[in-house]
Design a protein around this ligand. Structure first.
Ligand code: GDP
Length: 528
């Protein structure tokens, strides 16, 4: 296969949803189609196996939350599919946001009964901002849920999407008979048998023929014809360009648990979803088909192997070929590194790979050289952008609880921040360190890891902060900004990049501050 063919056949995407909507189940069924796993339950088993080999993963196991964002790759038809798993739990939302910088498209899973939930809203908003193409999968059709049209309305309103149903359910719950596939013009009958990998489909060339009546009964057939007419009247026709620009979102219905409607989703997905896309660096736009390798770190995974305590840095390849044992430039360190055992990830295992292509993810063993957002190249100095920090939701002072271990503590904090576990701020007034996180759970993770990986002990002290806002003055020398620095000194801190941050203790105080200093901009993310 040529280099260009290798690029064109890759589909790198993430599945996002509110917890329990069925992301894991769907992932597993997709893997079954790829022949990447043999039986149901393999994906979950995989999670448990991992936690048994890593201290840190104990936390995950105990709490039953998938902390890790793993990569699952498999071949389907002639496509190479890379699924980047994203934690649905809100405390790990930032991890998911960063993973979204490495996907070319996403599938959004919505529970037919619960409709659009909070986490889905947040994640879809990020995808919308980044113009990531999205396909919606409405799951659990074997259960009683909301009316299909009401649900499509809800998706449009709450998620701000323009939907285009490419399949439509025939009944629901007890009455669920199957799915009419608008995209392929056929009917898939629901048997409720989850062991069936490939469903029988019946081609329907003419909706008005008696064929549908024979399959699902007169009543359901008439209702379907009516509904399809409505669908045609209300929703825009599918337009691939609009989907790729994230202006239109195809919708599929199904039941992941019953492996129903999943093949339809996958077949359409591989056909329409984008191949690896060009990416902006600060210097220029980089095309995947360029000869020279470039890539960036979007995730760092803590010691999977407790005997080695090393980390795995996940690199998304943007352009060129990544080859084993080849020296690449670590742009931030201005130093060349060679990797003798880059890992690729397959459903149940990771393997050392010699060559990887744009769209692929490789895991590099790291002893502390990488941090999130780092760029690797063949020599060119470019910096990929687009891995912002978001304002944390929780803030606590961090104190050293063992004076003999100060060095270990600072090293530990430093490395954990590079991994993106949380954000560190230093107060301007007194130099005290503040840890900001998206969820309260991270404080336990940090404490646990500092102790087990670095031999350091910390304690926390509450700090009442509503949001951390990155400060952008119109002019650093103007009187207004100088006054701001003087008056608000108690509330100012620096982040790890030395950017100025304002701690607003309430929405009200933020509003007042904005009014008082109109020439200063306050941003909720570090990238502006
Ligand atoms: P995640 O948290 O989004 O990864 O959700 P899971 O895949 O773990 O699914 C959550 C629960 O919903 C599990 O108990 C699944 O068995 C169940 N589930 C997933 N898909 C379906 C479905 O199509 N129908 C029904 N009835 N249950 C489902």
């Amino acid at each position: 296969m040529t280099f260009i063919e290798e690029i064109n056949r890759r589909r790198t995407f993430g599945i996002i949803s509110h917890p329990d909507a069925g992301k894991t189940t769907l992932t597993e069924k997709l893997l079954l189609f790829g022949g990447a796993i043999q039986e149901a339950g393999a994906v979950k088993n995989n999670k448990i196996k991992k936690s048994a080999t890593s201290d840190f993963m104990e936390i995950e196991k105990q709490r039953g939350i998938s902390v890790a964002t793993s990569v699952l790759a498999f071949d389907y038809k002639n496509y190479k599919i890379n699924i980047l798993d994203t934690p649905g739990h809100k405390d790990f939302a930032e991890d998911t946001f960063r993973t979204l910088t490495a996907v070319d498209s996403v599938i959004v899973v919505v529970d037919v009964a619960k409709g659009v939930e909070e986490q889905t809203e947040k994640l879809v908003e990020v995808c919308r901002m980044r113009n990531i193409p999205m396909i919606v999968f409405i799951n659990k059709l074997d259960r009683e849920g909301k009316d299909a049209f009401d649900l499509l309305d809800e998706i449009e309103q709450k998620l701000g999407l323009t939907v285009c149903p490419l399949s439509f359910p025939i009944g629901m719950g007890w009455e669920f008979k199957g799915i009419y596939n608008i995209w392929e013009k056929n009917i898939n009958l629901f048997s409720g048998d989850s062991r069936k990998n490939i469903e029988d489909t019946v081609e329907i060339s003419d909706l008005n023929s008696g064929e549908i009546d024979r399959l699902v009964g007169n009543k359901a057939a008439d209702k379907l014809r009516e509904e399809l007419e409505l669908v045609e009247g209300i929703y825009p026709e599918f337009d691939k360009e609009a989907y790729l620009k994230s202006e239109l979102q195809p919708v599929f219905f199904g039941s992941a648990l019953n492996n129903f409607g999943v093949r339809e989703l996958l077949d359409c997905f591989v056909e329409i979803a984008p191949k690896p896309k060009p990416k902006y660096s600060e210097e220029r736009l980089v095309e995947p088909q360029e000869n020279k390798f470039t890539g960036f770190v979007f995730k760092i995974h803590a010691n999977m192997d407790p005997n080695h305590r090393d980390r795995l840095a996940f690199i998304k390849i943007v352009s060129g070929k990544f080859e084993r044992n080849t020296p690449y430039l670590h742009v931030r360190h201005n130093k060349k590194f060679k990797f003798s055992s880059p890992n690729a990830f397959f459903a149940e295992k990771k393997e050392i790979v010699d060559v990887s292509y744009p769209g692929d993810i490789v895991g590099l063993h790291d002893t502390g050289n990488f941090k999130i957002g780092d760029t690797l190249t063949e020599g060119e100095v470019i910096h990929y952008k687009g891995i912002p920090s978001f304002s944390p939701e929780h803030f606590r002072y961090i104190n050293n609880a063992d004076p003999m271990k100060a060095k270990q503590l600072y090293k530990g904090i430093d490395q954990l921040m590079d991994e993106g576990v949380a954000q560190l701020f230093t107060l301007e007034l007194n130099g005290r360190k503040v840890i900001g996180t998206v969820g309260a759970l991270q404080y336990e993770v940090i404490q646990y890891r500092l102790e087990h990986e670095y031999g350091a002990k910390c304690s926390y002290e509450n700090l009442s902060v509503h949001k951390a806002c990155w400060v952008e003055p119109e002019d650093e020398k103007n009187e207004e900004f100088k006054e701001f620095l003087r008056v608000k000194q108690r509330f100012l801190a620096k982040d790890k990049q030395d950017q100025l941050v304002f701690f607003a203790d309430s929405p009200f105080s933020l509003q007042m501050t904005q009014q008082k200093y109109p020439s200063i901009k306050f941003h909720m993310t570090s990238e502006f």
